[in-house]
Write a protein that binds this ligand. Structure first.
Ligand SMILES: Cc1ncc(COP(=O)(O)O)c(C=O)c1O
Length: 414
């Protein structure tokens, strides 16, 4: 088991905190906080413009993060890394540039039932705007995409009728933020491209990049978006990976400073990729500190991170079914090998909000609600669920405390 609480100052401030809401946002280690502080105290300046020492240092630190990110996700070139405000902005950027420019009436856009609203609503609205057909991949009874089937651990896919020659965009999440399901996107993308080589594939990697090795070349995707704040980094900063050939042809997302080459009254020419997509002053401190979160994760190593989370969810699932057996309804794959560090459940007859309020009295932070997946909750047949999400700083003691808290909640509410 990893033992990392000491690196996270929030546990010095609140030694009793049991934080089980990392799928919403992660805690921050000292090294990330120090880097933010260093930018604000030692070398505050805007980037790409000034030619004095602090401006050069800020630019260097900002662009260094681009290098670290490119290597981290194995992008082909630096220009494929665009800094955004987060996953939501990355997906909206794709939908409102290449999406709006290339989709026509009768084209198809494919998403799944388990998408976070950030990877659902932008495509739904694009379909409304363009007259495209909006198609949803549903789930099977194992809480996995209905196009997948595992037999004796071997995956088979059936995308017939789902992906057609008319499908222009397929946007899917790599890991579900509600079910924890890990989707076999490498295989799905390869199969979809076989059916339609012109398809544009978009990966929502918000719940994947913090927890597992993500390699954009291996995945074979065209775009991939993630958020800094779920991977130990600052809020308000994220990354959009895009294949250079596509980014280079795409129209800008926003207009303003830094994204232009020349502005005349008659016309404007735009800067090169990726700066064409980074209009205005970005979250400089956030981008600079993001590389510290990546370094922290790399120092631990994704094999160790994955093992740690797997051990914790196995322990939590066993404890839940042992203590509450058929009182508790769990939503997610049975095979923990297909799951990230997320355990979502509900208790018959009890409202998730009441449960988490009682847990909060014990300093246990757990999420109740629809987790920005309302179409998924429609399928589950409940308006809300309770979600405990684990990360590198959690341990078995946190699970034990959760179980004690849940027992108290059930006793009070029944
Ligand atoms: C799977 C998934 N996609 C997208 C998002 C949106 O991320 P952000 O709010 O950082 O833009 C989240 C956030 O919870 C998520 O879990």
């Amino acid at each position: 088991m990893l033992d990392l609480k000491k690196d996270f100052p929030i546990f010095h401030t609140h030694p009793d905190l049991i934080y089980l809401d990392s799928a919403a946002t992660s805690l921050k280690p000292q090294s990330v906080i120090d880097k933010l502080h260093e930018y604000y105290t030692d070398f505050t300046a805007n980037i790409h413009r000034g030619i004095y020492k602090n401006a050069e240092k800020a630019t260097e630190e900002y662009e260094e993060t681009r290098k670290v990110v490119a290597k981290f996700i194995n992008a082909n070139r630096l220009e494929e890394i665009v800094f955004t405000r987060g996953t939501t902005e990355g997906i909206n950027l794709v939908a409102s540039t290449i999406g709006l420019d290339s989709i026509e009436r009768g084209d198809e856009i494919v998403v799944s039932r388990m998408e976070h609203h950030s990877n659902f609503v932008p495509w739904q609205q694009l379909a409304f705007q363009t007259g495209a057909d909006y198609k949803i991949i549903d789930l099977n009874d194992k809480y996995e995409l209905a196009v997948t089937n595992y037999e004796n651990g071997k995956l088979s896919l059936d995308l017939s009728g789902v992906i057609t020659k008319k499908t222009r965009i397929m946007a899917l999440t790599l890991v579900s933020n509600t079910l924890g399901t890990i989707n076999p996107l490498k295989e799905i993308i390869a199969e979809a491209k076989k059916i339609n080589p012109n398809i544009i594939t978009v990966v929502d990697a918000a719940q994947a990049v913090p927890h597992m090795k993500v390699d954009v070349q291996q995945l074979g995707c065209d775009f991939l978006a993630f958020s800094g704040h779920k991977m130990l980094g600052p809020t308000g900063v994220g990354v959009l990976f895009g294949r250079f050939e596509l980014l280079d042809k795409m129209s800008p997302y926003q207009y303003g400073g830094d994204m232009i080459r020349q502005v005349k009254i008659e016309a404007t020419t735009f800067n090169d990729v990726p700066h064409k997509f980074e209009a205005g002053t970005p979250h400089i401190a956030g981008v600079i500190a993001l590389k510290e979160s990546i370094r922290y994760l790399q120092n631990i190593g994704f094999e160790a991170i994955r093992r740690h989370e797997q051990d914790l969810i196995k322990y939590a699932l066993q404890a839940l079914s042992h203590e509450f057996s058929d009182e508790v309804m769990r939503y997610g794959p049975q095979d923990t090998g297909h799951m990230g560090g997320i355990v979502t459940f509900s208790f018959k007859g009890l409202h998730p909000h009441d449960i988490v309020q009682i847990l909060d009295e014990e300093n246990i932070a757990v999420r109740a609600g629809h987790h920005c997946t309302m179409p998924l909750h429609d399928l589950l047949g409940v308006p809300a669920t309770t979600r405990a999400s684990f990360y590198i700083y959690n341990n078995e003691n946190d699970v034990d405390k959760l179980i004690v808290g849940l027992k108290k909640a059930v006793k009070i509410l029944k």
